[in-house]
Design a protein around this ligand. Sequence first.
Ligand SMILES: C[S@@+](CC[C@H](N)C(=O)[O-])C[C@H]1O[C@@H](n2cnc3c(N)ncnc32)[C@H](O)[C@@H]1O
Length: 243
Amino acid sequence: MSFGWHRIWKDHFVASLNPGFTAKPGPSPQRILDVAGGTGDIAFRMLRQAHVINENPETHVTISDINPAMLSVGRQRAESQLPVNQLEALSFLEADATSFRQLDGTFSVDSASIDLYTVAFGIRNFTDIPAALREAYRVLRPGGVFACLEFSKIASTDENPAAALFDAVYKRWSFSAIPMIGQIVAGDRDSYQYLVESIERFPSQDEFRDMIVDAGFVVGGRGYENLTGGIAAIHKGMKPLDG
Ligand SMILES: C[S@@+](CC[C@H](N)C(=O)[O-])C[C@H]1O[C@@H](n2cnc3c(N)ncnc32)[C@H](O)[C@@H]1O
């Protein structure tokens, strides 16, 4: 449905985070939590960037998802696609990102245990986004980074006068064509209807940035980067060093 743009956005998301990079020469441990990680698209890219490009084998990625079936597909994909050293640096966690608290009261992800928290095309579906942001803040160490890739809103007309026309065409396309194509290709109109409605409901770039700040993160500049005119956006926040 994205004409392949999601792959470019994901590549750019991971490259912009540059996992595994160390300022000093030599490997250094990095713990990444990819929330709503589904079948591993982001995690596999992270491992490749860290282990192959940045030559840092001490980067570990946990794929966390609420849906065990997604994790199971992720496991199978990992076993068939990743070299052994990357496979050994990958783990899976079934959990609801709005609360990592378990039945016995302990947390499945410890406080201040994570260097980089990523969530791609997931947070839009969470029932309680502020709770997920609070959990992201809790699990990150001071100085740790929250990074989110999500569908967003076409950039404002102040920034780009052509945006109003682009926005109108995009909305017409998404609300009429996407559910129809979903019906024809996947036999599932409702899921694709939900997709476009959830994108429409999700906060604007500025509103979401403000939610990230409300959770305690500090943001650089305006706090986000628009992709493809704002069809998607990357938001980043850092847990303060004294947080
Ligand atoms: C569209 S998929 C995105 C998967 C992957 N991040 C990617 O970009 O390819 C959304 C994922 O969010 C997961 N999800 C939805 N609600 C969740 C929650 N409360 N906690 C954790 N994962 C959740 C779903 O199970 C699904 O795997």
